[in-house]
Design a protein around this ligand. Sequence first.
Ligand code: 9UX
Length: 69
Amino acid sequence: MQTLTLDVKGMTCGHCKMSVEGALNELEGVSNVEVDLTTGNVTVSYDESKVTLESLRNAIEDQGYDVVA
Ligand code: 9UX
């Protein structure tokens, strides 16, 4: 299990939070997602044999937000 924190730009409201959490939770292998709207931090716990960093980035970007790091 791997846990990392991504810096995401553009999330400002509770719907943004739910969109990002929902998109990440849909990925097979993601076990926990926490979005902190005040910092833009998205902390994701996942099985690295099933999920790549690229797929996490893509899922967030598909919702319309920018992943900075
Ligand atoms: Mo409302 Mo959050 O437009 O983008 S869903 S601020």
